[in-house]
Write a new protein. Structure first.
Length: 123
């Protein structure tokens, strides 16, 4: 029997911009994002919007995983958001688990906010 869990998150783009451009910005990025995510976002014209979208997605996935109560903690950089076919966001979980986990995520953003919704299915 599978069980389904959801998570959602919204991020203020200007607030994240302030954090990333602070004196601790590089340390923050390395703690939260994988190298692939940093490369992807950094190569975009409006990179901060992409960082915000990925941050919201990672938070949404983490909330869904934790709400399952099958996982006690999740490091943000153990959840990677990649661009799949047709630039559709896909989730790569970079930790080992005995659980079979399927994960879907949707991301949307404006200049002011990024929002993400995650759906986790434990099989």
């Amino acid at each position: 029997m599978s069980r389904t869990f959801i998570g959602t998150d919204i991020v203020s783009v200007p607030r994240l911009n302030k954090t990333i451009n602070s004196s601790h910005g590089e340390k923050f990025k390395k703690r939260i994002f994988t190298e692939n995510e940093i490369d992807y976002c950094s190569n975009k014209v409006d990179s901060i919007v992409h960082f915000a979208g990925r941050f919201a997605a990672k938070e949404a996935v983490t909330k869904a995983l934790l709400s399952s109560e099958s996982i006690k903690s999740v490091n943000m950089n153990a959840v990677e958001i990649i661009s799949g076919i047709n630039r559709k966001p896909e989730v790569k979980l970079l930790f080992s688990s005995k659980l079979k986990i399927q994960c879907k995520v949707s991301i949307s953003h404006t200049d002011e906010y990024a929002i993400a919704f995650a759906l986790i299915e434990l099989i």
